[in-house]
Design a protein around this ligand. Structure first.
Ligand code: MLT
Length: 253
């Protein structure tokens, strides 16, 4: 699977994996703000943006294998791999399946626990609705924090645009992939590279407690909780998000 990828900068490779149901477009401020210090690599996960969906069964493992293949194609032995929400699930699958490819991990607005049976059933309902012609615009208020919803009109408009352009088949596939993902706490306990965990104090989907649980499981992790940020912290508070990442990369180097 050849992933469409936008890149910026040079130096230490930093791969950033996007949230559901967005694309590499969500990392605009990271490509702009972090390129001075590293090689920012932002692929579209399969089915989203410019990447084809393929015909594999839905799984985060397939998405992680795509990223390992991308590293091969780019001639990168190792990279710092970060993911936000669904991107974090894929980063954890990569840590499980290809641990030798990681030089550091960033887990933003995500969680290591699997879906409850109710959450998995709800994802199937969403997948069906999408395949029947529905859209995901009603999820936007949950993706953003109260501060963004009340005071950051540009952010709300941009996220509505990104969510509104999500391809239905890919979004349904990804819902099924996320529903099938395993518990990742053991993977985190066994991770032997430094990790940065990022949370937003207004995140309604993956609250700060999820980030604290991941930080506790990881052998070498620091937690940054961003104020006035919801689930899409990298879009809502890009300067603070970028500073946390840049500080982490400086320590790593
Ligand atoms: C995301 O932002 O990627 C999704 O909220 C993840 C999920 O549905 O669990």
């Amino acid at each position: 699977m050849r992933l469409y990828t936008r890149t910026a900068g040079s130096g230490l490779p930093l791969v950033l994996l996007h949230a559901f149901p967005l694309s590499s477009a969500m990392w605009l401020a990271q490509r702009g703000g972090l390129a001075a210090g590293c090689h920012v690599v932002t692929p579209d996960l399969r089915g989203f943006g410019g990447s084809p969906l393929g015909d594999d069964e839905p799984s985060v493992d397939a998405m992680a294998d795509d990223v390992a293949e991308l590293l091969d194609t780019m001639g990168l032995d190792k990279a710092v791999v970060g993911g936000l929400s669904m991107g974090g699930y894929v980063a954890m699958a990569l840590a499980r399946r290809h641990p030798g490819r990681l030089s550091g991990v960033i887990l933003a607005n995500t969680k290591a626990s699997p879906d409850t049976p109710e959450a998995a059933a709800n994802r199937e309902t969403i997948a069906q609705r999408l395949l029947d012609g529905g859209d995901l615009l009603d999820t936007v208020p949950n993706l953003l924090g109260t501060t963004s919803l009340e005071r950051r009109g540009m952010v709300v408009g941009r996220v509505r645009g990104l969510v509104g352009s999500a391809p239905a088949r890919a979004a349904a596939w990804a819902q099924r992939a996320m529903a099938a993902r395993p518990d990742s706490f053991d993977t985190l306990r066994g991770l032997n590279v430094p990790a940065l965990v990022v949370a937003g104090d207004e995140d309604k989907i993956t609250p700060v407690g999820d980030a604290e649980a991941m930080t506790k499981a990881l052998p070498d992790a620091r937690l940054v909780v961003i104020g006035r940020a919801g689930h899409l912290s990298a879009i809502e508070t890009p300067e603070t998000f970028n500073r946390a990442v840049a500080d982490f990369l400086t320590e790593l180097a």
